[in-house]
Ligand binder design. Structure first.
Ligand code: ATP
Ligand code: HMH
Ligand code: MG
Length: 517
């Protein structure tokens, strides 16, 4: 959500004002750079972004296949539409493919001044394709640069603007920043993404007085297409929020580094330079976790549910219990802590998550959505009287696993409608783990499985002597058993888990799909 400021108008009413960046740039059909990168970067930084399109490029991870430059009239009209009506804070320019367009921009900003102008002097894409020819250089030098609050050339662009100066070292970048500053921009950032000899990604920032060497680790990835556009848009976004120039540049550098790190193994397209994911924050869990695979019904095969009382009785920590269950062959773990302190629970959940990630199995939290969010667990399990599944889904987003306890076909149907991923059904047998829990029996379980549109895990009093009878139901949707006491109210959690795993594997082999009801 874009950040909002509340302004009080003189007549006493209030309006909400969102920081606003206007990008004047080219479209990239592959959506890694250009207008598309600008929109995503601004969205990621919580800033509204409007667009003036100067050219439409046909581009992919191989390079630029076609460029259609828009008419000057169209660019002038777009600029007027946005600037005359919407309160733009900062303008950012990218591809400006004709002299006339630079002049139109100049005149538009004279007529409708903004707080700052960020100029990314796009000329050559990293693939080596020309996006603005050399004939434009003089116009850039004499009209565009003097208007700029910051100029953000890459090495090739800095070199072209300086008449072909060789730029091979950080010291050359400093010299270039100084010479470019002499051409009129208030600040210069020479970007060293393409500096061949550096193990860090080094940029030089010069504000006319001081030089700053900005370093980040160089991420080993092919997905760097659009870093330049993103950097400039992020600077514009931070300026629009009210940052100083130096801190805007630092934030932008950090943002690009993090986005590249999160996206380093993305694989889009077959060419040498791929796009990255600007909105990594929205699905941090997916990109960051070692569990890249989505939830599979077969994950429910041997579902271990911890119990704080039992752990206490046997003198085990939650993490020891989870480690033993995972090492014994549990295929999914749920931590169920009814009386732990929140801080303690969170720390335990984080440690358990590390164990589960190392084994690529999902970790769910019982009931406590806040704990699941805080530790970035793989999902939650809720009961009929806990937070409604729809609300949980809206809090956790589309990728987290949500399980819900269901005793009836009606519950099962509702769980599916509300967006759950699986249901737990029981108690199948009488159990002491849960007070006042109606036993539904094998018949009740079968009825729920038949009605369900979601995978089902059976729960309640299941142990080594009755697990076979559950799985032998051979009913559709039944994917596994969830166990508490049979694993955790025992001397060796690992041994019990191994035995149950072996039993379930043997039963599954005998229950062929032909028997499925
Ligand atoms: N592999 C990398 N790891 C970390 N930072 C990087 C990497 N590659 C580029 N950067 C950073 O990204 C920003 C953009 O720099 P770069 O020199 O790539 O711009 P550019 O060539 O204009 O980008 P593009 O043309 O792909 O949009 C700089 O801050 C640079 O240091
Ligand atoms: C449209 C467009 N603008 C800028 C760049 C520079 O990355 C690009 N490749 N494409
Ligand atoms: Mg580059």
């Amino acid at each position: 959500m874009p950040e909002e400021k509340t302004l009080t108008i003189t007549n006493g009413s209030t309006v909400k004002k969102i920081p606003h960046v206007l990008t004047v740039a080219g479209s990239d059909s592959g959506a890694g750079a250009g207008i598309q990168a600008d929109l995503k970067a601004c969205a990621a930084r919580g800033v509204y972004c409007s667009t003036v399109i100067t050219a439409v490029t046909a581009q992919n991870t191989l390079g630029v296949q076609d460029v259609s430059v828009l008419s000057e009239e169209s660019v002038a009209a777009q600029l007027k539409s946005v600037l005359s009506d919407m309160r733009v804070d900062v303008v950012k320019t990218g591809m400006l493919p004709s002299i006339a367009m630079v002049k139109i921009l100049h005149d538009s900003l004279k007529q409708f001044p903004v707080q700052a102008l960020v100029v990314d002097p796009v000329m050559v894409s990293t693939s080596g394709d020309v996006l603005a020819g050399p004939s434009i250089l003089d116009t850039f030098r004499h009209i565009l640069l003097p208007m700029a609050d910051i100029l953000t050339p890459n090495l090739k662009e800095a070199s072209a603007l300086l008449g072909g100066l060789r730029l091979e070292t950080v010291s050359d970048m400093r010299t270039a920043a100084k010479s470019l500053h002499d051409m009129g921009p208030r600040n210069v950032l020479v970007k060293g993404g393409d500096l061949p000899s550096s193990s860090d990604a080094v940029d030089i920032f010069f504000n006319g007085t001081d030089f700053y060497e900005l370093r980040s680790s160089r991420i080993k990835t092919r997905n760097t297409h659009g870093t330049g556009c993103t950097m400039a848009s992020c600077i514009a976004a931070e300026l629009a929020k009210g940052s100083s120039m130096l801190s805007a540049v630092k934030v932008a550098k950090q943002y690009v580094e993090t986005a590249l790190e999160y996206s380093k193994s993305l694989n889009i397209g077959n060419g040498p330079q791929g796009p990255f994911d600007h909105l990594f924050k929205l699905k941090r869990n997916v990109v960051n976790s070692s569990r890249l695979q989505p939830f599979e019904p077969s994950d429910l095969f041997l579902y271990a549910v911890t119990d704080s009382g039992m752990n206490k009785r046997w003198g085990r920590s939650i993490t020891d219990a989870v480690k033993a269950a995972v090492e014994g062959g549990a295929t999914i773990v749920q931590i169920r802590e009814k009386d732990a302190e929140t801080g303690e629970f969170l720390e335990a959940a984080k440690a358990c998550l590390e164990i589960c990630r190392a084994h690529s199995i999902p970790l769910l939290i019982n009931d406590r959505i806040d704990i699941a969010m805080a530790c970035d667990a793989d999902g939650v399990h809720v009961g009929q009287s806990d937070m409604p599944v729809k609300t949980v889904r809206s809090l956790l987003g589309p990728t987290k696993i949500i399980g819900v306890s269901c005793k009836t076909p009606e519950h099962a149907l509702k769980a599916w409608e509300d967006g759950a991923d699986y249901i737990g059904s029981g108690g199948v047998f009488p159990t002491n783990t849960k007070a006042n829990n109606r036993t539904i029996g094998l018949d009740g379980l079968k009825e729920v499985c038949l009605a369900s549109k979601l995978p089902v895990v059976a729960i309640g009093g299941i142990n080594l002597s009755n697990a076979k009878s559950v799985m032998e139901l051979g009913v559709v949707n039944l994917e596994g058993v969830a166990v508490v006491s049979a694993l955790f109210d025992r001397e060796s959690v690992e041994e019990e888990t191994k035995k149950l795993h072996a039993l379930l594997t043997e039963t599954a082999a005998n229950v062929g799909s032909a028997q499925l009801v």
